[in-house]
Design a protein around this ligand. Sequence first.
Ligand SMILES: C[S@@+](CC[C@H](N)C(=O)[O-])C[C@H]1O[C@@H](n2cnc3c(N)ncnc32)[C@H](O)[C@@H]1O
Ligand SMILES: [Zn+2]
Length: 283
Amino acid sequence: MPVSLPPALVLSPDLLRCPVCRTRRLHPGHGALRCPVGHTFDLARHGCASLLAGARATSGDDAAMVQARDRFLSTGAYAPIRKVGARLAADTASEQTTVVDVGCGTGYYLVGVLDQLPDARGLGLGTSVRALCSAARAHDRAAVAAWDVFRPFPLTDGAVDVVLNVFAPRNPAEFPRVLRPTGRLIVVRPTMWHLAELRRQVSAMVTADPAKEQHLHRAPNPFFAAVVTEQVEYSVPLTRLDALDLVAMTPSARRVNRADLNDDGLLPDQVTVSVPATAYQPR
Ligand SMILES: C[S@@+](CC[C@H](N)C(=O)[O-])C[C@H]1O[C@@H](n2cnc3c(N)ncnc32)[C@H](O)[C@@H]1O
Ligand SMILES: [Zn+2]
């Protein structure tokens, strides 16, 4: 049975380029995306485009991480981060803003932007099929595609108004290529204080390295200039389940033995959120 196309893909016929020949546009039809030469990419359920076409992704969330992330985000603990991301995106808005969320996870932050901008449409890119399935259903103006951020993006040059990148890997060379000259890159990243109380207790959780943080902040610099940074800092109360989900949704969770967390005294009942959100403009 043909898959119905997500409105975001129908509305954005110029956004996707063929990931194989890289010069031609991809057009939707008969449950797939095709380039004029005949490269064809299936649309899975909910319109998720499988552009990786068998290539192995370098990294990505597994089902347990996605479930933990979905549950934790639904508590609203990170709602202030979503609000700031949406506000920075709204400052860039033009008519029919195109937003691409790179490393979109379950689409939580993309939804925040689309809710703020009624004429915008969004595309989430990520490697985790589990997360993408969730993101595909998250908003009727969002489409998703399986893609590895470290490969050249399946997007045409200068077609994107906002690239959103929240707690996710970056490709600083591809970001400026796909952005319009007036577009913005919005990056949300943790400081060394983010979740510090939890990381003190759970040693396998990765600590943000201050040198790396400096480097990440500078990384887009050959291509971008920072326009504004909003410091998002607050403390949230944590139930035991929230704390376990926070551990489980981080990439370092694979190294945490859940049995080690069974001591009730181990987990903090509140945690610091410390995540600057920066809007960059292409140089
Ligand atoms: C820490 S999560 C953040 C997800 C989402 N932005 C959020 O904050 O809820 C990082 C996301 O990047 C995705 N990811 C990891 N490696 C990736 C890669 N090489 N290319 C694209 N996405 C990747 C993961 O699957 C995961 O969904
Ligand atoms: Zn092609």
